[in-house]
Write a protein that binds this ligand. Structure first.
Ligand code: GLN
Length: 338
């Protein structure tokens, strides 16, 4: 490794030394987003749309879109960024944010742990054999537990309003067919809720909890709404466009940490190494990313890998992280790799 003098840039100026090019030149970001889009498109055929919730099988394997929103509010996008699709597990971020807002950190984390599970998102194994409390709020067991805290406090309409507020998208709404489809077939989640009840840890009635959980998973969003969601988290819980304090900075910090360690399920470790951005995925093909202090990125790409993460999204984000130095543990951009 060789360190190049960073005191002055090529033009001999110290200006914007701390600011990467793409932060003040929209065209640079657009160009990289386009490259990332192509990288993502190339691998879409390697993934499969989720079909364990029958209604999700209707998605188009080749649909793909990327949206980035910077702290100055600028949106740069490529592909299908206005297409509505169901948020699925990305809603776990919203339910956790709302629970933290209503109940505070201590209370919420007395009902759910903060540890990566290393198991698939709908696994029951650790819950049955290792711990009465679910491992973290980013997997189904943990999210169902968090939603049981909510079900005791708010109705679906309140949670929907909060989702709209967090995504700055008044058109977020319930996708009825997706909701009904999961409510009819979601036996694994039903098993999780009843297992939590049998252990005496579920806070609300299991059917009430599941109904709210299925509804929140069936909210229709776009890649743009997920970019704004990521942006709010990247900006310490404050929406930089409206200056509204959506959630407390301490809560945003907790959510970003859990997204980093658990947000991509049993693919979180690899994603942490290769991309290194707090992110949350869903089987509808969405990913919301929070790039600390800089921007939110929203992905729509329903072709998934075996872990339930968008294949196009993974390829695109890996490219973007490298090209724009977004990794939270990134080395100095002026260090030349040998
Ligand atoms: N609603 C889905 C489920 O509970 C969400 C899973 C996901 O997006 N990974 O199975």
């Amino acid at each position: 490794m060789e360190r190049i003098d960073t005191q002055q840039d090529a033009q001999g100026s110290n200006e914007n030394k701390e600011m990467p090019d793409w932060m003040h030149d929209e065209r640079v970001l657009k160009e990289h987003l386009q490259y990332a889009f192509v990288k993502g498109c190339k691998v879409l055929g390697q993934g499969r749309v989720a079909d364990y919730i029958p209604e999700l099988a209707r998605a188009d394997t080749y649909a793909f879109g990327l949206a980035a929103q910077k702290t100055d509010g600028t949106v740069v996008s490529c592909g299908e960024v206005d297409t509505r699709f169901s948020i699925q597990s990305v809603s776990k971020v919203i339910s956790l944010a709302l629970a933290l807002k209503l109940l505070g950190t201590e209370e919420v984390f007395s009902h759910v742990l903060m540890e990566p599970s290393g198991d698939s998102f709908s696994s029951i194994i650790k819950l049955d054999t290792k711990s009465d409390l679910p491992y973290n709020p980013m997997i189904n067991a943990g999210a169902i537990q968090v939603v049981s805290l909510l079900a005791d406090q708010v109705g679906f309409q309140d949670a929907l309003q909060f989702a709209r507020y967090m995504c700055m998208d008044p058109d977020v709404d319930l996708n009825e067919p997706v909701y009904r489809s999961e409510a009819q077939t979601g036996d694994r989640n039903r098993a999780i809720a009843y297992l939590l009840k049998s252990k005496g840890v579920l806070v609300a009635d299991p059917e009430e909890t599941l109904d709210l959980y299925f509804r929140l998973c069936a909210l229709n969003v776009t890649a743009k709404s997920l970019a704004t969601l990521g942006l709010v988290l990247a900006n310490d819980g404050e929406n930089p466009i409206t200056s509204q304090h959506v959630i407390a900075p301490r809560h945003a910090r907790a959510i970003n940490s859990l997204m980093f360690t658990c947000g991509m399920y049993d693919g979180s470790g690899e994603f942490g190494v290769k991309v290194g951005i707090p992110a949350k995925s869903g089987v509808g093909g969405g990913i919301a990313c929070s790039v600390k202090g800089r921007m939110g990125i929203g992905v729509y790409g329903p072709a998934l890998n075996e872990k339930g993460n968008s294949v196009g999204g993974l390829a695109a984000l890996e490219y973007l992280s490298d090209a724009l130095h977004l990794h939270v543990f990134d080395y100095h951009p002026y260090i030349v790799e040998k």
